[in-house]
Design a binder for this molecule. Structure first.
Ligand SMILES: O=C(O)CCC(=O)C(=O)O
Length: 252
């Protein structure tokens, strides 16, 4: 029978592989059944599974995302493919896009590639861009179904981010768009290079921590988190290869 001391023992065996601030409202516990860490922070909760997908599935997923009619996967430096050549590539499984934002009348390409999939009609606005979803494919549905088993949520859309190398990044933001509902559950899965996912308190920027999101990992954000904490993926210049992040969401 499980009791308080079992939990303590589990925690000493399963130490969280990154630091979270110490103090009131911060704690974590290992969930043996789901093989992940439940992390409590003030006004938010995270669930982190370091090895959610096996290496075999994760390696195959990277290939699946990149399969195309032009370039052999290991021979191309994606950063050297200019915007016009990129448009000519037919990716077999994912419709990657180079989106841009307009700033003071100038067109600025986003520092990553993106793609949006979901149920029909679940249009979503990110970085000021309104995007109609592409219809689900088999690979994304497989990932979604695996995640739904632990997230207790039925997701109806996913945003894919492709960070071609460590120069690609994502600025500080919260996922608090009204169409996500009041306290959204957002499940993030990661394939390819490990990148730092930084989290900081919206009011006190010194209250922060970093989750290194590795190949095959899952991070679920829930509770009031999107109102009190923002997140970012900063540049990491030494990283030369791609990382893919998928955030599954539920558009109301
Ligand atoms: O790449 C990541 O880990 C974060 C993605 C994210 O925050 C977003 O797409 O809103």
């Amino acid at each position: 029978m499980a009791d308080l001391f079992d939990t303590l023992e589990e925690n000493s065996v399963h130490k969280l592989p990154f630091d979270i601030p110490e103090g009131v409202g911060f704690s974590y516990a290992w969930n043996q059944e789901l093989q992940g860490f439940v992390i409590e922070i003030p006004h938010g909760q995270l669930f982190y599974v370091p090895h959610f997908f096996s290496k075999k599935i994760s390696d195959r997923t990277v290939e699946y995302f990149l399969e195309n009619d032009r370039y052999a996967l290991n021979e191309v430096n994606w950063k050297e493919v200019d915007e016009n050549s990129f448009k000519e590539i037919h990716f077999t499984n994912i419709l990657w896009k180079q989106d841009s934002i307009r700033l003071y009348g100038k067109k600025i390409p986003l520092p990553r590639l993106t793609s949006w999939y979901g149920d029909p009609g679940k249009a979503y606005k990110y970085s000021g861009i309104l995007s109609e979803p592409n219809p689900w494919n088999k690979g994304l549905l497989y990932i979604k179904e695996q995640i739904e088993k632990v997230a207790n949520t039925k997701f109806n859309s996913v945003l894919l981010n492709w960070y071609r190398d460590g120069e690609d990044y994502l600025n500080w933001h919260t996922d608090d768009e009204p169409e996500l509902g009041k306290n959204p559950t957002i499940a993030s899965v990661n394939f390819g290079e490990t990148r730092d996912f930084q989290v900081r308190n919206t009011k006190d920027h010194n209250m922060k921590f970093t989750v290194p999101l590795q190949h095959g990992s899952l991070l679920i954000m829930s509770g009031e988190m999107q109102h009190f904490w923002e997140h970012a993926v900063p540049k990491r210049k030494k990283i030369l290869k791609s990382r893919f992040n998928l955030t599954f969401r539920r558009i109301e």
